[in-house]
Design a protein around this ligand. Sequence first.
Ligand code: HEM
Ligand SMILES: [Cu+2]
Length: 841
Amino acid sequence: MSAKRQVELPNPAPRPAEELEELRRVWAVPRGLRTLTVINNNHIGVYYVGTAFLFFIFAGLLALLMRTQLAVPENDLVGPNLYNQLFTMHGTVMMFLFAVPAVEAMGVLLLPNMLGARDLPFPRLSAYAFWAYFVGGLVFFSSIFFDLAPTGGWFMYPPLTSERYSPGINEDFWLLGIGFIEISAIAGAIEIIVGVLRTRSPGMTLDRIPIFAWALLVFAIMIVFAFPAVILATTLLELERAFKWPFFSADLGGDPLLWQHLFWFFGHPEVYIIFLPAAGMVSMIVPTMARTPLVGYRLVVLALVGTGFLSFGLWVHHMFATGIPQLSLSFFSAASMAVAIPSGIQIFAWIATFAAGRVQMKTPSLFVLGFLFTFVLGGLTGVMVAAVPFNWQAHDTYFIVAHLHYVLFGGMVFPLFAAFYYWMPYTSKNALSERVGRWVFGLIFVGFNVAFLPMHVTGLAGMPRRVYTYPAGLGWDTLNLVSTIGAYMIAAGVLLFVIDVARKFRMGSEDNAGDVWKAGTLEWLPNGIYSNRSIPIITSREPLWDQPDLAKDVEDGHYYLPGAPTGGRETLITSPVDAKPQYVLQMPYPSWDHFIAAVFTAAFFMLLTFKLVVLSVVCGVIAIGAMVTWLWSLDPGPTHPPVHIGGGIRLPVYATGPVSQSWWAMVILILVAGSIFACAIFSYLFLWTVSPDVWPSASSLPPAGYPLAAAALLVASSLCVAYSSRALARRSAVMTFVSLALAVPLMVSAFGIDMAGLFEAELSPTDSAYAAAVYLFLSLQGFYAFVVVFMACFTLARQAAGKLSSVRRVTFDNTLLFWHYTVAQTLTGLALVHGFPRLVG
Ligand code: HEM
Ligand SMILES: [Cu+2]
């Protein structure tokens, strides 16, 4: 442990008792039915983790049913159709409704306290993300009870999943059903990025961020760039199924491989999206259990960032059997092996930390060891399947099922259980039982290996995955029976865990069991519903180890922001690199808006599945209405003069422009939009490379006058909007209003002209993949035009209501930013759609 360091206390004098009372009052949790409106991260976080675990159990039960069916040859417990639904739902629910939300949920629960903040910067957004996921997830899952669950496997390859081979709405359930999960994952990612970069305690420089926060930062950035690919892919497939736009139909110039590229551009990073946060948890648990700082902190951070980066270059290794060129095979094969390096660095760092300290062999340590063993095995088989010839051999066999579970269960479920045991005392009045914990670990660890180790052999013996039964006497019988027994052992372990949680878990914000492990990071400070009484200044990576009086001084309010100086919920916003205090963020209160918006967002997607278009649109409108009321209440302006936070520092309570937290959120949203658009460009060019023959000559495109006129109108709209901003700065209310209002018809008519051009050229989206791609760009243009026009009207309404000024202009600035982005994106699209074919031929 490094030398004890002393910090000059910002608020050394004793604090008045009323201050604490006020904090409690301001942050109070609503009671009764209004509990549903709660937004505190420590409550939403617990619901979130609990829901994710519920889906683990649901998907696990489906797996148990599969294993029961496969226990003996020629079993007829479930038929082929139900079996297809079982593995599709098991894979989908595990990946989308359990793994990603579970780690995101741990972030919501732990991050603010770990960073020393009162809450995440957009607490209602987390609550929205949670409820959309909760409601949407339950409805999605229940499709299995009505024989409506998707059957195309978790990666949903067309043409199997196209209208022709999968009529009915089962596949639509998948395509639309995960729409809400995409939205909620992205909402969560925005929250986490801004949270980690802007709400850290003073002193927590980049070099002192807890590894879990680093991991979540990388995780969230990966979501921003990976989820757009699946958002676009699901949209394209749904457009093909619902309106016959033939993106994936080879006879009309489409290509099913386009789906595979888009899906795996998301799907491979997805594995690391799941694994990195789990690795982050391990990096928190190991040093505490070994009572010594993590060995190689900087290398581990580098490894996290490196893995995140590399994992975007690997997607083709899921497509080795599709007949792609030799050169690509070699490249992606080598890259896949290279990703073992950063994972290896982390593994050595954990082993070295364990070796450097004196390990307490408690349940969290056991699960970490289980994780190390399992994950390393999964990594080794990973290197095997990265070798192309072996890959072809093992393709679609149980070897792959074994490999993916060693990676996913090993890389994520074991760390998560370690985390449950480790952080339980942080949220609950009691820790979990150590005695029961050993049994839970034993059953799950042994059960896992009994279930999945034999599957390697089953696969090498030739058993394909995704078969509902198999004939006797192929040498698979005993292996399968053993796997099934293992699955029941896992189930027994999970059941025991659930019983122990039911016995021991009692929500305790103020009276949690506390720092039972004697850990070094901030989440173990004494905390209440408002998180920390005051926001600490830290001097090292393990402040609780290095600053002996920290807990007491935080508790006595001797650090920053000991009360609620504006009389409301607040947290401190700090600078992204060196965490210097910048302003005091006034936080929202619980309300119904985000809850209603979430429920109706989920309803919108679900009703769309049933083709109940009218009802679905009604829900969509209600959801948007609730969002509008929600957004209306934001951007309160500088309601309060600057406040003292201690240490002679006086901070504003309002910020605009690049320093404000909402500007950051908008920029991240634009990155998401930009990634979706980049995927659309990729799709267009990809389709061109596979079938240039359906690509028309320049003559079948609308005359160049159309796109040029549209482009001119778009540029003009951007100029209007920019002028409006200058007018606002000059406090010319009329000119602000007029020029912003003028931009609206310009945007709308640009879209009208483009549409007219396509009609003039007599292009129909069902003609060919090419035409569909052209209409995709038109649809994107229309969608974004609608969004920015809506935002502009919203801003105009705010001005009319007197909620806009040269100072209070966050909503306005965000609208402008998105407007300019939309113009840039649309211009790029026009250049591609109208310029590219003219250029190449
Ligand atoms: C709880 C213990 C688990 C058991 C007993 C289990 C069992 C199975 C089995 C037997 C299959 C293969 C079905 C087939 O190909 O016919 C399968 C597929 C799969 N499992 Fe698991 N699994 C478990 C946990 C998990 C976890 C934790 C994850 C992810 C986080 C996961 C993700 C998947 C995926 C993605 C597939 C592929 C689905 C597809 O082929 O479309 N599983 N599982
Ligand atoms: Cu992969």
